[in-house]
Design a protein around this ligand. Structure first.
Ligand SMILES: [Zn+2]
Length: 271
């Protein structure tokens, strides 16, 4: 009976690590087999081996192998472009096709030149390997050609730009429709698409009252993306596209009720 529980425990860990980080499950399995059957190490040493091997893998090995899958990691400590949370790169969720990397880096430096001190934060992109391997819960982020970007924000008190976000993961704090605006979150909810506004449950709303979207920078980024040849489409909630006067740009699209709402982040994809 004990072996069954041990087997179930390790299987669950391997599955969970694979789902959230793609390579964590493989690293765990190799470390487990080596530590148990080759080195005969204690559990503490096994854990230490896993964390050491995983760290070496994500920083030194994975970026090199990812090149064979035409994917590269985005910068993690850049001045003008970096992840909103370190969880993104610790879990290998910051890999993109080289062409998308070039575009995002170019947009981030364009914004930083126009608005000095501005940081473009990226959210979930793609895993490093294998076309078709989805980055759950983003089912379409599976080919290196998709990325989510955070909005830019300002302080509600003094209206000054802040290099931060009301949500620590960038998702789940919405710039919701006003009374007179088109309200797709409500329509989708009424049609039974319960997942449409589900990201609000992912994050605590401690900072919700502190920040509001900095429209000028966010609109400028969206306009620039929509004018870029290799960009296929950009998803944004229709009430924001209308409010910001960019609904006529043909690459700025509504994604439909089957997705999650996009009044908390921008989804970008290339051809
Ligand atoms: Zn997305």
């Amino acid at each position: 009976m004990k072996w069954l529980l041990v087997f179930l425990f390790h299987s669950t860990v391997i599955l969970g690590l694979t789902v959230v980080s793609q390579i964590g499950g493989v690293v765990y399995l190799v470390c487990l087999l080596l530590a148990r059957y080759v080195f005969h190490w204690s559990v503490q040493k096994q854990v230490l081996l896993f964390f050491s091997a995983y760290t070496i893998a994500i920083f030194l090995i994975v970026p090199k192998i990812a090149l064979y899958f035409e994917r590269e990691p985005l910068p993690i400590f850049g001045n003008s472009l970096r992840p909103l949370t370190m969880v993104t790169y610790v879990l290998n969720r910051h890999y993109v096709h080289s062409q998308l990397k070039e575009i995002i880096e170019e947009k981030a430096s364009l914004i930083a030149r126009r608005y000095p001190g501005t940081v473009t934060y990226y959210l979930d992109a793609n895993f490093p390997f294998i076309n078709g391997f989805p980055l759950i819960p983003h089912l379409s982020h599976k080919d290196g050609k998709k990325i989510d970007l955070a909005f830019y924000y300002k302080s509600k008190d003094n209206k000054q730009y802040v290099a931060s976000s009301p949500s620590w993961i960038g998702y789940g704090v919405y710039d919701a429709p006003k009374l007179t605006e088109v309200n797709w979150p409500e329509r989708c909810g009424e049609q039974g698409y319960w997942q449409y506004s589900a990201t609000q449950y992912l994050v605590p709303s401690w900072s919700e009252g502190k920040y509001e979207v900095e429209e000028e920078r966010t609109r400028f980024l969206l306009q620039s993306l929509a004018k870029t040849k290799n960009i296929q489409k950009v998803f944004l909630e229709p009430h924001l596209a209308e409010r910001w006067g960019i609904s006529s740009l043909d690459k700025i699209r509504f994604h439909g009720c089957h997705a999650v709402r996009h009044d908390d982040h921008i989804h970008v994809q290339i051809h």
